[in-house]
Design a protein around this ligand. Structure first.
Ligand code: FES
Ligand code: FES
Length: 918
């Protein structure tokens, strides 16, 4: 007789027999529809699926149901009781420990298991308990804070309440979507109800470089439950995608250029059949020699495209470079190599396509712009844009990695061909293999300066690996060139940049967008210059710092909101009052670095946004198209809406990112949405208020000449105030539209011989962010392992709208910058995908979280909403070089080939010892 298996989940008993092979995660999600536990990696490395089994935190993706007979399980759905959030859940929201929210349920379960057992956990206890719960957004500090607060509340048996009092500008405003995220609600694309949908499985290339001789789908099509197998032949429109140059095929057909190239799409009634059939698609290849080394690519005889291996080559000249070096008293020169790295957003890509009630071909997915995706799908399927709808769901992190479709066009095609809903989900391996990376670059720098520290010349050559297809590579190499000087005034410069193709995964946008790599090089060179001149590094930077009125290396005169010198002053003060610790067996060092980053797309691109504001049931409804992938743009829009409309934050609702309901506001990238959508929100609410007054005058005895004021959830006419709910009864459902276009920018003309010849009005970007950071490191004398003890930071934001959001961006960005300096790299080569898991790409864990002391500089940006200009990217730009400079300060060794892993530190130390002995 078969054994009867039973399991208790959230106090309910379940019996099972047919699911013995399944993981607990699959059982929860597929059989019980409990979507709170998330699938971030499927192999026990990210912690998104954590549940409590028999009192212990466990990764449900690696637990087999056959081993769980009689077990007692608690999932995130069982944590809040009687509609009341658990103190950990409240603390997570109040502390800003929830950003994108994909890691949140798993983290809360790990925290709960810890606090169920120990209400006085040490940092070591926490590191152990949460060491394999990855959070890419927060930098972990708010999580540590939340654990502290929740533990205290549980110890003292006091109730924790959501911090709803704070709602004004510059306050620490909590996010409304935090509630659904701490409850593990099914808000992500993979959580969607997918009953009766087809499952899609992509067939990827077997080689990094090969000609495709033939594709035979016949055997695959014979598999039971397989509905169709699609290839390039089934695509009705353009078989190309790409942000700037379109060269990447939706389906490869003649040639494959990297291991992630999709060749066919199997559509089946279930996952098992789709996977089985995908293995039977026969593809005949002629193998070609791949190129993985960017240095070999430019002049290689192997051509990856007919027009060669160079995506973009450009140079800029400013002043007279020879004269600049002639004027210099000292010269420093170095070559810095930075690797490609992975975005590591925690939610794997997925898309659900179907025909909606209006018969629109609809794709529900994650993205950084519903509108861009809609355009791509329409082009690839040869459809009118209006017949396609894209809805961006809660997006589990992005960091620039979701600007381009990955599975969305394929899902749409599946539905278009079969007329059935289609669901496509990438697993972590595919995310690593197929989605874009940050460009690896080799930067050769030569900097000349006077003996007083004034920089006279910069010569730089930057080579970037853009991988198999262009993505945003042209714009990235342009930014690398334009930010090559760092945030400094340099009169004489010559900088060349080349982005070359290889057979690696395509590289594109990532937080900082081409400004991080040159920041690492230029700040290392600044450090070397300071050492050579025996000058204080703050002083050297201050002497050369861009200020209001100075011209960037890109030829733009900065007219306002340049906070660099303030950030240097603040961080210098912080460092001065810091007492370097003494730790046995470790050497301590402090390094500093500054950075700048553009806000907005610039270069003449359309930097505009549109918002619809509606008055409905006495509430303000904002329809916006900025994507909240965790950074908190929905909360910022609500705050602005509430301020402009004179209502409570609670009275503002958001509909975001549905191409049917919202207005195109461009991509959520380049730290631009606070600026553009913020301004559009102000305009929309203003127009709505005008409509309301107009209707009130028509429907009541009010007159044009009356004094109207919106405040305290009311409209006051002279001295008489009408509450919004009453007002709604009088004026009904109204709307106002706000469209904002930023100050006009212009692209750099390729024919400009010398950037000094540009007019004073030349504007490449409408605003720039600036910041300075100092990192304190402790290096283990034996192992060479670097620990970042503390980071001091000062950043100018124009005006902070949400203090909690700004803090989150600073803390999250800094830890990402530390990862870039010390542990992160993405490797793919002749052997295949080497860094093939979350662990191997070196993403920081809670053990790497560091103490951060920061100050925000409010220096109003001329045109920004209330002076705000955005903060998302700049926060990680100075961190990486500050850490590298701190290593030099500690040991006197220069790591110029990132990441600074212990083996490299030990090798450099050995070289130094040999040199010193000589
Ligand atoms: Fe289970 Fe990542 S999904 S650990
Ligand atoms: Fe943790 Fe996004 S909030 S991964």
């Amino acid at each position: 007789m078969e054994k009867n298996y039973s399991i208790t989940i959230n106090d309910k008993e379940y019996h099972y027999l047919s699911t013995l092979d399944k993981s607990l995660l699959s059982y929860l999600r597929e059989d019980l529809n409990l979507m709170g536990s998330k699938n971030g990696c499927g192999n026990g490395q990210c912690g998104a699926c954590t549940v409590i089994v028999n009192g212990k935190a466990k990764k449900s993706c690696i637990l087999k149901m056959s081993k769980l007979n009689g077990s007692v399980v608690q999932t995130i759905e069982g944590v809040a009781t009687n509609g009341k959030l658990h103190p950990i859940q409240v603390a997570f929201i109040n502390c800003g420990a929830v950003q994108c929210g994909f890691c949140t349920p798993g983290l809360i379960m790990s925290c709960k298991a810890l606090l169920d057992d120990n209400l006085n956990p040490t940092r070591e206890d926490i590191n152990k308990a949460l060491g394999s719960n990855i959070c890419r957004c927060t930098g972990y500090n708010p999580i540590l804070e939340a654990i502290d607060i929740a533990a205290k509340a549980l110890r003292d048996n006091v109730e924790l309440k959501l911090n709803l009092d704070k709602s004004g500008l510059s306050e620490e405003v909590i996010r409304k979507d935090g509630i659904s995220k701490v409850l593990g609600k099914p808000i992500f694309s993979e959580d969607l109800p997918i009953k009766n949908s087809l499952y899609g499985e992509l067939v990827l290339s077997k080689y990094a470089h090969a000609n495709i001789l033939s594709i035979d789908t016949s055997e695959a099509e014979k598999i039971d439950k397989v509905v169709r197998v699609l290839t390039y032949k089934d695509l009705p429109g353009e078989n190309l995608i790409g942000i700037i140059s379109k060269k990447q095929p939706v389906f490869a057909f003649e040639k494959v250029r990297f291991l992630g190239d999709p060749i066919a799409l199997v559509l089946a009634e279930d996952k098992k059949a789709a996977i089985e059939a995908s293995k039977l698609v026969k593809i005949e290849y002629e193998e070609l020699t791949p190129i993985f080394d960017m240095r070999e690519s430019e002049n290689s005889e192997i051509k990856l495209f007919d027009d060669g291996n160079v995506l973009k080559k450009l140079s800029i000249t400013k002043g007279d470079i020879d004269k600049g070096f002639d004027q210099s008293d000292v010269i420093v020169e170095d070559t810095i190599t930075v690797p490609p790295i992975e975005h590591a957003y925690l939610e794997p890509d997925s898309a659900y396509a179907y025909y909606d009630e209006n018969n629109l071909l609809t794709v529900s997915t994650q993205s950084q712009s519903s509108f861009e995706f809609r355009e791509a799908i329409a082009k690839n399927l040869n459809l009118e844009v209006e017949s396609v709808r894209v809805i961006t769901n809660a997006t589990g992190g992005a960091f620039g990695g979701r600007e381009e479709p990955t599975v969305q066009v394929h899902a749409a095609l599946g539905t278009y061909i079969t007329k059935k809903p289609v669901h496509l989900v990438m697993d972590r391996y595919d995310v690593l293999l197929r989605t874009i990376k940050r460009h690896g670059e080799i930067l050769h720098y030569k900097v000349g300066a006077k003996s007083n520290g004034k920089i006279t010349a910069l010569k730089a050559n930057i080579l970037a690996d853009t991988g198999a297809y262009p993505s945003a590579g042209e714009a990235v190499i342009l930014r690398s060139v334009l930010f090559s000087s760092g945030p400094y005034k340099i009169d004489n410069a010559f900088v060349e940049g080349t982005a070359v193709y290889t057979n690696s995964v395509p590289a594109g946008a990532m937080r900082g967008f081409g400004s991080n790599q040159p920041a690492i090089a230029s700040e290392i060179l600044m450090d070397e210059l300071a050492k050579k001149l025996n000058m204080d590094p703050f002083e050297l930077r201050r002497l050369n710092a861009l200020d209001e009125g100075s011209k960037t290396i890109g030829g733009q005169i900065l007219t306002n909101s340049v906070g660099l010198k303030s950030s240097l002053d603040i961080v210098q003060k912080m460092v001065k009052s810091y007492k370097k610790p003494v730790i046995e067996g470790k050497t301590i060092g402090i390094g500093i670095a500054s950075g700048m980053k553009n806000v907005g797309l610039g270069s003449g691109m359309n930097d505009s946004a549109g918002v619809i504001a509606e008055f409905i049931d006495g509430h303000l409804l904002l329809k916006i198209a900025s994507v909240d992938s965790g950074q908190g743009s929905d909360t910022v829009a609500r705050q602005i809406g509430a301020k402009e409309f004179g209502c409570n934050l609670n009275n503002v609702d958001i509909i975001a990112n549905d191409t049917l309901l919202t207005l195109d506001s461009g991509v959520t990238t380049a730290s631009r949405q606070t600026y553009v959508t913020g301004n559009a929100t102000i305009l929309a609410v203003d127009n709505l208020k005008k409509e309301i007054i107009k209707q009130l005058i028509e429907n009541s005895s009010c007159k044009d000449s009356d004094l109207f004021k919106f405040a305290n959830n009311s409209l006051c006419v002279n001295d008489q105030c009408i509450e919004f709910t009453k007002l709604y009864e009088i004026v009904g459902h109204l709307r106002g539209v706000g469209k904002f276009s930023s100050l006009k920018t212009v692209p750099l003309q390729s024919k400009t011989d010398n950037l000094d010849n540009l007019s004073d009005e030349f504007r490449l970007h409408f605003a720039y962010d600036f910041g300075t950071q100092a990192a304190v490191v402790a290096i283990n004398n034996e192992s060479g392992k670097v620990e970042v003890l503390k980071v001091f930071a000062a950043h100018d934001v124009g005006k902070q709208i949400n203090r909690l959001g700004v803090k989150g961006q600073i803390e999250g960005g800094i830890l990402m910058g530390i990862g870039y300096a010390l542990t992160e790299e993405f490797i793919i080569n002749e052997k295949g995908l080497v860094t093939n898991s979350i662990k191997k790409i070196g993403v920081p864990t809670i053990k790497d979280a560091t103490e951060i002391e920061f100050e925000v500089i409010e220096n109003y940006a001329q045109e920004g909403p209330y002076g705000a200009k955005g903060i998302g990217e700049i926060t990680m730009v100075p961190t990486t070089p500050a850490v590298i400079n701190a290593i030099y300060d500690a040991l006197g060794i220069r790591i110029n080939n990132l990441p600074a892993k212990p083996n490299k530190i030990l090798t450099e130390l050995k070289k130094l010892n040999i040199k010193e002995k000589k």
